[in-house]
Design a protein around this ligand. Structure first.
Ligand code: SAM
Length: 254
């Protein structure tokens, strides 16, 4: 990748050097081709709209968007749904993070083509972005749409939505900010609901304590479409960050 984008003209390859970190990851490195159009968009726009997740700097998300409220979207894939949400809500900045270079290029192309100024694209592992770079209570929302389901039992530990992730996310969300997850993988939906219900830093937005109806503002995503084609049922899980964090919540670099 560095040969494709020399001297900071595009996303850096593994900017945080995260392959040196001994940690189970929620993603699998993919070798997929970056098209000429995606590479061109990345070269031209990365300096203005890109953010390398190097784990070295603190980033004030609101400052990236001239003071707008900011929602973090983890794992935007090819970014079509992200671009739709940004177009529908220009008063919110979307900080979109993924490790997938073709998707980063695609989302930047979509933002440029549609004249969207409220998207920034972060290149790297969302855990490092949350843990090392974002200040406490700096996010107005968090979206995790169709995270990799890791269906095999021996891979469940790779799922993004785990108690440690929820601890970390709770500290980065403002009180009242909503964590919105969606999945078409039933056992993962059950896991999300169970973990969030048990976590004292979150409150279910649904009075009955169950799944939420699909919010109108969440567009159909690419991965969701594939799940629906297979006959899967989609679940949305929406929890609000509680007013106060429990004293027992660990404080990762708060
Ligand atoms: C199954 S895809 C879903 C993509 C998109 N949200 C959709 O619904 O079409 C999951 C995405 O999450 C990304 N991902 C997984 N773990 C991640 C992490 N820790 N940091 C950043 N991106 C991650 C993957 O690269 C992949 O693009």
């Amino acid at each position: 990748m560095s040969r494709m984008f020399p001297n900071g003209t595009g996303p850096a390859a593994d900017p945080a050097g995260s392959h040196f970190e001994r940690r189970i990851r929620s993603f699998q490195p993919r070798r997929s081709r970056v098209t000429a159009g995606q590479a061109d968009a990345l070269r031209r726009k990365w300096a203005a709209w890109g953010l390398d997740v190097d784990g070295q700097r603190s980033v004030d998300p609101a400052a990236l968007f001239g003071g707008l409220p900011v929602v973090l979207e983890i794992g935007f894939g090819m970014g079509e749904a992200t671009a739709q949400m940004a177009a529908a809500d220009p008063g919110t900045g979307i900080l979109a993070v993924d490790v997938h270079t073709p998707g980063q290029g695609n989302l930047i192309r979509l933002a440029e083509r549609n004249g969207l100024s409220n998207i920034r694209v972060a290149n790297g592992d969302a855990i490092i972005l949350l843990r090392e770079m974002l200040p406490a209570a700096s996010l107005d929302g968090l979206r995790v749409y169709f995270p990799d389901p890791w269906p095999k039992t021996r891979h469940h530990k790779r799922r993004l939505i785990q108690p440690e992730f929820l601890d970390l996310a709770a500290r980065r969300l403002r009180p009242g900010a909503v964590l919105h997850c969606a999945t078409d993988w039933e056992p993962y939906a059950e896991q999300m609901l169970e973990l969030l219900t048990a976590h004292p830093a979150y409150e279910n937005t649904q009075e009955d304590g169950g799944y939420a109806p699909r919010p109108a503002q969440r567009p159909l995503t690419r991965f969701e479409g594939q799940g629906l084609d297979k006959g899967h049922t989609v679940h949305d899980v929406l929890f609000r960050r509680a007013a106060h964090l429990p004293a027992s919540t660990p404080t990762p670099a708060a």
